[in-house]
Design a protein around this ligand. Sequence first.
Ligand code: IMP
Ligand code: MG
Length: 182
Amino acid sequence: MNINDYNAGIRRIVISEEEIRSAITKAGAMISEKYKGEPVLLVSVLKGAFIFLADLARAISIPCEIGFMEAKSYFADTKSSGSVAITMDLKHDVSKYHVIIVEDIIDTGRTLKEIAKIISSRKPLSLEIVTLLDKPSRRVVELNADYSLFTIPDLFVIGYGLDFDEYYRNLPYIAEFNESLL
Ligand code: IMP
Ligand code: MG
């Protein structure tokens, strides 16, 4: 992508670095308090949540382990359910942990619902979902995060791990993508 198109794709900042940082500090403190003395596994679904996970993990002050999954979703638009194939699985035996799924954004909710179902079937001590962003107006399946840092309207956003066509993940803030470039 050329630099002019790249810059034109960033329409406006929706959530600043400072706002993200302070929300993550609060979430980290809450998780540290809630899970004190318990075995915790933070599970991130690649790739979008990698930056959120890195910052959230550093805001948590209790011992915790970190695992990654990668999944491919196959959803026909007309169906409300589909399937998720795991392309890289967790190495941990989740039955020994309180699992916290760390997600970048919940949109339709379909991918995360399937992932939560797969992890649940392995009988973790408990399972919670923490998401940086939530777009509730787009939901097509019933799925709610236990903790959502920001609720946003139906905008396509980029930055802080979120991409458009694999670009913009490295922006330090969340921005609205300028879809007129499409
Ligand atoms: P869903 O909840 O199954 O629809 O899928 C959510 C996934 O779609 C997220 O993990 C993102 O990878 C992607 N996604 C949804 N909304 C956005 C957005 O506004 N910007 C970038 N990626 C998005
Ligand atoms: Mg994602």
